[in-house]
Design a protein around this ligand. Structure first.
Ligand code: AMP
Length: 408
């Protein structure tokens, strides 16, 4: 029997998201989520898509990641999709930070685990959680290939001129301070899918990708390779996000410490969790912000300001990446806001006809889960909406690596 299934694991600090895919046709056999790991009210939601089955939910204490993965394995086994199945080819793990070292998906061994561990100082929130998932999965299936797919890998092609901050080189190198970028799996998938939408090979097109979810980042992709991206050492830099500020003058931090009397941890929380859209207007959900604006009245004012700041930043990045690329074939919107919020797409390119950018109102209003063009017929630069699919990309990269290993 050929093994064609890949289990994708995305382990957060208190959650595990998973999908089981069959790589013969990229179909999903099961998806699920374990939340609030370590609490009394942990929850597991499992949906066996293969058999068209209904979701199963359970609540109750799940002590740690090992217990969580065992619970997931038990749910999968109930559908005949257990981790011991000979059809399972590999497990693909999302790993947030691969530093400069990991430029490609990598089969996990002890050395790889040690290297991901070494990167914890630059990814203190994410890499420990990702590692817990990896360690647990290796214990459960020590014989099975496990692959790490890094959020940073797609951005390792950035030239030094884009990747370096203009700070003292020795200090930067000593502390590994540089721009790494994140959401790379999404940027890779969406830029490639955009080329296909245009009927071209990725090597033939230059694309600006706008990944607008609760976290948000832009990238400039030349001929399939990332040449700049908006997130930096951490996911805090760049666009206005749901709860993150994006770009600020670094001196804001000195000011808050010296004049505002805030601790570094307080400032970290302020900029990562209490800023962006939620800091500006009390809501981080673009649907709610649009509803407030559309309803009008007093409640609309702050929401409108938050929207305007969000759009202003977005337009600055579109302009910047236009200049970085020189020639742009497509601007593509993806993730929760990018895929669903027509007013954001419209405002992002309004008045940019001089750059060849426009949206067609009717096309932009269409709601669909399919990749599509929203620019007018015959536009010089395509404006597109391409739903992202990070799990599929992780599964595809994992499977390709495992299969290529077999033929060597
Ligand atoms: P993501 O991080 O990609 O899951 O995106 C989540 C965000 O997408 C939410 O916080 C919302 O702001 C946004 N979103 C989801 N659906 C819509 C919609 N129909 N209209 C506007 N924004 C949406």
């Amino acid at each position: 029997m050929t093994a064609t299934r890949v289990l994708v694991l995305n382990s957060g600090s208190s959650s595990v998201k998973y999908q089981l895919l069959d790589m013969r046709d990229s179909s999903r056999l099961a998806v699920g989520l374990v939340e609030r790991i370590g609490e009394e009210t942990s929850g597991l939601k499992h949906t066996p898509l293969a058999n068209g089955g209904a979701s199963r939910e359970q609540t109750g204490p799940i002590a740690d990641h090992e217990a969580a993965l065992k619970a997931v394995a038990a749910e999968l086994a109930r559908d005949g999709l257990g981790l011991d199945s000979p059809e399972l080819a590999a497990i693909g793990h999302r790993v947030v930070h691969g530093g400069r070292h990991f430029t490609e998906p990598t089969v996990i061994d002890d050395t790889v685990v040690a290297e991901i561990e070494r990167l914890i100082p630059v990814a203190p929130l994410h890499n420990p959680a990702n590692l817990t998932g990896i360690r647990t999965a290796r214990v459960l299936r020590p014989d099975l290939p496990q692959v790490a797919v890094f959020d940073t890998a797609f951005h390792t092609t950035m030239p030094e001129s884009a990747a370096r901050y203009a700070i003292d080189v020795r200090t930067a190198d000593e502390h590994r301070i540089r721009r790494y970028g994140f959401h790379g799996t999404s940027h890779a998938y969406v830029s490639r899918a955009t080329a296909h939408l245009l009927g071209k090979d990725p090597s033939e097109v230059n694309v600006i990708v706008l990944h607008l979810g609760n976290g948000a980042s832009a990238s400039a992709v030349r001929a399939g390779r990332c040449v700049d991206t908006s997130m930096g050492l951490t996911p805090l830099e760049g666009l206005v996000m749901g709860t993150r500020s994006g770009d600020t003058d670094p001196a804001v931090i000195f000011h808050l410490a010296r004049v505002g009397g805030m601790s570094i941890d307080e400032i970290d929380t302020l900029l990562n969790k209490k800023s962006g859209l939620i800091g500006l207007c009390g809501d981080n959900d673009m649907r709610e912000i649009r509803r407030r604006i559309d309803q009008g009245g007093e409640d609309a004012e702050q929401a409108r300001l938050a929207f305007d700041i969000y759009i202003h930043r977005l337009r600055k990045y579109i302009g910047a990446y236009y200049a970085v690329l020189g020639r742009v074939d497509a601007v593509v919107f993806t993730a929760g806001v990018g895929e669903n919020a027509a007013p954001v797409r419209e405002a992002a390119v309004a008045g940019l006809e001089g750059l060849g950018l426009a949206v067609d109102a009717d096309r932009n209003a269409v709601r669909s889960g399919e990749p599509r063009l929203v620019s007018p017929e015959g536009a010089r630069v395509a404006v597109a909406v391409v739903p992202t699919d990070e799990e599929l990309e992780i599964a595809t990269q994992t499977y390709a690596l495992v299969e290529s290993g077999k033929s060597e």
